[in-house]
Design a protein around this ligand. Structure first.
Ligand code: LLP
Length: 463
């Protein structure tokens, strides 16, 4: 938390229980939170060289923006940090046909976890051999589609699926590359990682109960399946490699056990996704290069201990590629001061979207950074709660946001870090059409996903 020399200016306007002090400069843009090309000119925010007021005029509000330069820089950083490893972008973070093409052109693979994500990848012409398919309950139809399309790797998640996939592959006369997903007893989220009660979850085969070893046994007996490696995903929004260290230790132990029992050395080790990003200035995720180097060192050390050849490492970042490159723009509709106990006032700033375009605050109590985007302001900082337009009091976009006290209807607000898991988790709650996703770069804007309309909503209605 940062110290603020003056402290909040007007006591009756703020909630005394404020978790943070206001930033020193409300017009500042913290570089770890905002996309690379975000800047202010005369107080007005621009991204990719485009004034946010013009973007909202052209594409409406709310509006998701993706900063192309930021994305390219992140892609390059991932490639460099994980040189020698394979990087599969996790499409669940955000996916569209155009985005999938861009991901392919950057040399990444793609992790899909549903028939819908696969359909988008196929429509994009994504190189199928660089697609990996996940999921704890892939349907017969999804598996058949994946096998017939030639999906590079299918990550097995249950005994039933082993049999199901082996049959499908045999019928298609294909030897399908597969991995076995192991649950290694680590569940890591941000700073903490918990090594207890971890295996009580729906994904993968447990390492400690012997289920993972049994899954490997069964797969190796099936000629239509080619076991290429093990997979482990320990969580998301992880800030350091401590959890991965425990995971790598166990998964490499399993590689050693497999060699011992079957005389087979598996060539690939997929350590999943989970690299954390900064949503607020207080967040301090590990530097990518450091993170990647630590992972490599851990795996190399563990393999060395067991005399195993270093496997090819695969990682599946989603958020780390697309999260910080995205922002959401909203228009303020109302500002409502609400008297709280102890004389404090909470200012509810209502915007024209909410939990339908960003469920993360309601679902995970996620924190975001918010800024007045359509003008600068010298007004005093005011602790506001940015809320949506939905019929639900939990419809909060930013729980505690420092905004200038003169924020008013018609102003545009920008929320940083919304590139991942916002559009992809968006809903039509209250029959609110979902906002478009527009990528911006070098003064040009390109629609990746257009805005939904009421006609789109009614199209599915059988009447
Ligand atoms: N690989 C697997 C097998 C996964 O399950 C996930 C995420 C990833 C990769 C990508 O993780 P990332 O690098 O993006 O952290 N909806 C939540 C995140 C759920 C992540 C689920 N799996 C959120 O909004 O924070």
């Amino acid at each position: 938390m940062r110290a603020h020399p003056a402290g909040p200016a007007h006591g009756d306007l703020i909630n005394p229980a404020a978790p943070n002090l206001p930033p020193e400069d409300l017009n500042g843009l913290h570089p770890s939170v905002w996309p690379a090309t975000a800047e202010r000119s005369d107080g007005v925010l621009s991204i990719g060289g485009l004034d946010v007021r013009d973007l909202v005029r052209d594409f409406g509000s709310p509006l998701y923006l993706l900063d192309e330069a930021d994305l390219r820089a992140r892609a390059r950083a991932l490639r460099e940090a994980f040189a020698g490893a394979e990087v599969y972008y996790a499409g669940k973070a955000f996916l569209s046909v155009g985005f999938a093409r861009w991901v392919a052109s950057e040399g990444f693979g793609l992790d899909v976890c549903s028939g819908g994500e696969l359909a988008i990848a196929l429509r994009a012409g994504f190189p199928v051999d660089r697609i990996a398919m996940h999921g704890n309950n892939k349907s017969e139809r999804e598996l058949t589609r994946a096998v017939e399309a030639g999906v590079g790797t299918i990550v097995l998640d249950s005994y039933a699926e082993i049999v199901r996939l082996a049959d499908i592959a045999a019928k298609a006369d294909i030897r399908q590359r597969v991995m076995v997903r192991t649950t290694v007893g680590v569940e890591a989220h941000t700073h903490e990682f918990i090594a207890t009660a971890h295996e009580d979850q729906k994904f993968g085969f447990s390492f400690s109960s012997g289920a993972a070893a049994e899954a490997v046994r069964r797969v190796l007996k099936l000629p239509s399946l080619e076991l290429v490696g093990l997979h482990s995903h320990i969580g998301s929004q992880i800030f350091d490699t401590a959890g991965f260290e425990v995971a790598a230790k166990r998964v490499v132990q399993l590689l050693a056990d497999i060699r011992e029992e079957h005389d087979v050395e598996l060539a690939e080790l997929d350590l999943g996704g989970g690299l954390g990003v900064a949503y607020t200035a207080e967040d301090d995720p590990a530097q990518l290069h450091r993170f990647a180097a630590d992972l490599r060192t851990i795996v190399a050390y563990e393999c060395g201990r067991h005399g195993l050849k270093m496997p090819k490492i695969v990682v599946e970042p989603g958020r780390a590629l697309v999260g910080p490159a995205g922002i959401t723009l909203y228009e303020v509709g109302t500002v409502k001061p609400v008297q709280l106990d102890a004389g404090a006032v909470r200012h509810f700033v209502s915007v024209d979207g909410g939990m339908s375009d960003n469920i993360r605050t309601a679902l995970y109590d996620a924190a975001y950074t918010c800024a007045l985007a359509s003008r600068g302001s010298d007004a005093e900082p005011m602790l506001a709660r940015v809320v949506g337009k939905h019929c639900e009091s939990g419809d909060i976009v930013v729980k505690d946001a420092w905004l200038p006290a003169d924020v008013q209807p018609g102003d545009l607000l920008a929320i940083a870090g919304t590139g991942a898991y916002c559009r992809s988790m968006a809903s039509n709650y209250n029959q609110v059409p979902r906002p478009p996703v527009v990528s911006v770069g070098s003064g040009q804007a390109k629609v990746l996903l257009r805005r939904e309309t009421e006609d789109d909503l009614l199209r599915l209605d059988a009447g």
